[in-house]
Design a binder for this molecule. Structure first.
Ligand code: DX5
Ligand code: ZN
Length: 217
């Protein structure tokens, strides 16, 4: 069984005091960095300089979620930070397997993200090149959105496809202590959360709770 990990999305942090904010979430297993280009998603977030700042003040492994068109153009730029994962969207690339190889060849683990409506089918042909599947549980573009309930069934189906392989199943969007147990039960083992963590009175404690809450059975 793959160990449960919490990947904190800094999108919900107060960027005017980023170093302090990162200390409030130092119990995270990973730092999730949402890069948005205003084209693939209807919002622009941050890019290289912010990631540079984050990596200079935090030792946590980085989990870079690229919500940008044709991310192959920038893989080299993000690889510089030696993140644990670079995740690209199924819907944003023309030659998926080539991009995954590009990431792997730089010694970085690969992630593949699927929008809520994207069928799981295409996954089957790139499993050998994957370390993580990210199932979006909201439409990407913004933090603070509501979890889409139909995604529970998709998580179950995806976890069947991944069975027996060392591939993490990450969920992202509307995740909190209230749904982590049910989603773990459905098969997710890597949880991205932004608003829920940063809005908690004690984010580091909240992260510990998310990591340890028992799956419903
Ligand atoms: C949404 C991003 C998420 C976002 C999650 O497009 O991919 O990572 O930060 O935010 P919350 O946890 O607030 O739903
Ligand atoms: Zn994300």
């Amino acid at each position: 069984m793959i160990k449960r990990r919490i990947s904190t999305s800094i999108l919900a942090a107060d960027f005017s005091k980023l170093e302090q904010e990162l200390r409030r979430v130092s119990a995270s297993d990973l730092l999730h960095l949402d890069v948005m280009d205003g084209i693939f998603v209807p919002n622009i977030s941050f890019g290289i300089p912010v990631i540079e700042a984050v990596s200079s003040v935090s030792q946590l492994p980085l989990d870079i979620h690229l919500m940008i068109r044709e991310p192959s153009r920038f893989i080299g730029d993000f690889a510089r930070f030696k993140p644990e994962f670079i995740t690209v969207h199924y819907e944003s690339v023309t030659h998926l397997q080539r991009v995954l190889r590009q990431i792997k060849d730089l010694g970085i683990k690969t992630g593949l993200a699927l929008n809520p409506h994207t069928p799981l089918e295409g996954l089957r042909y790139v499993l050998d090149d994957l370390d993580l599947v990210l199932l979006m549980t909201v439409n990407p573009g913004y933090g603070g959105q509501k979890f889409i309930p139909a995604m529970v069934q998709k998580i179950k189906e995806c976890s069947r496809i991944l069975e027996g392989r060392p591939i993490e199943l990450q969920v992202d969007g509307g995740i909190s202590i209230d749904n982590v147990a049910a989603l773990a039960q459905a098969g997710a083992n890597n949880f991205v959360a932004g608003s829920a963590i940063f809005q908690a009175a004690e984010p580091n404690l909240y992260i510990e709770e998310m990591r340890s809450v028992k799956s419903a059975s």
